[in-house]
Design a protein around this ligand. Sequence first.
Ligand code: WQD
Length: 338
Amino acid sequence: MKNILVTGGAGYIGSHTVVELQKAGYNVIVIDNFINSNELVFQRIEKITGIKVQYYKIDLLDKTNLNSIFEKYEIDCVIHFAGLKAVGESVKEPWRYYNNNITGTLNLIEIMNNHKIKNLIFSSSATVYGNPQIVPITEDFPTGACTNPYGWTKFMIEQILKDIQKSDNDWNIVILRYFNPIGAHSSGLIGENPNGIPNNLMPYITQVAIGKRPELSVYGNDYNTHDGTGVRDYIHVVDLALGHVKALNKIEQKAGLCIYNLGTGKGYSVLDVVKNFEIANGIKIPYSIKPRRLGDIPTCYSCVDKAKVELGWEAQFGIRKMCEDSWNFQKNNPNGYQ
Ligand code: WQD
């Protein structure tokens, strides 16, 4: 297996995965519509790996241009990141999220099928588990009962992929359920570069650290957790990227459809993250307690035994390194990719 098509490869997780795929010797082709990413990232990737990225500005809703990529290249496997992913925005714009994420994926599958390419790794999310009754979460936990349209699109796409693989055993599909990706490549050249006001915790913290935001709002300190603030399973984005390289081995084994949690198996609260960030970087992060955020769940962290045993993968980086690397990217790119 040589030629890997990465949809959404200009994004935060996509770009880090492109780096690790190139380092592992794969030939990577990227398509991205740059709606929530910047093509400058490809110059940064080339600085890291020394390998030019073949990329095309293509939207998955544009079937003609999407098909042209499969005419031009002998694709061996597709890693599918492309999708809208802001939880709050999805509540305000459900149609846009269902159309973009689901129709886009159906177009991709149709065109792959037409070209007899049936190897796919799908970027899913722990959000499909909804609010777990107990933790840690294993892959056989119930899914659905999502709390927002973004989560429902991930759940529905998983269902589509399961049904397709059941109908045609030639499909090899790996579904990766990400927990909370943070951190950045150690070079500080690529990292999380959200448009506008960050929804997620770590990019908000780094913007407070660089002086772009006066303080962090901690959404609720009355949850049933050790310090009352929300607990999540934060995983270094490079660990996440390496999980995709390992997943390619599963595709090569023609294992049908497999599902894996990609997390660390450890839960950290919001205040734990703040404390670790302050210690790791020697920067004080002012914060104030605000009301709970709609749709938030108290606690979510993974059991990662299955990925360890079946993929031979486990996260290597701890929370301090995640905090160091997040800050390193932010301080080297105060205004993101310029
Ligand atoms: C983490 C914790 C907040 C911001 C979402 C998606 C998930 C994935 C990751 C895409 C929570 C608290 C946050 C802030 C805060 N996205 N928080 N102040 O909501 O766990 O997951 O992003 O794949 O699918 O659901 O991540 O970083 O937004 O929140 O107190 O300014 O930090 O309440 O407890 P979340 P998050």
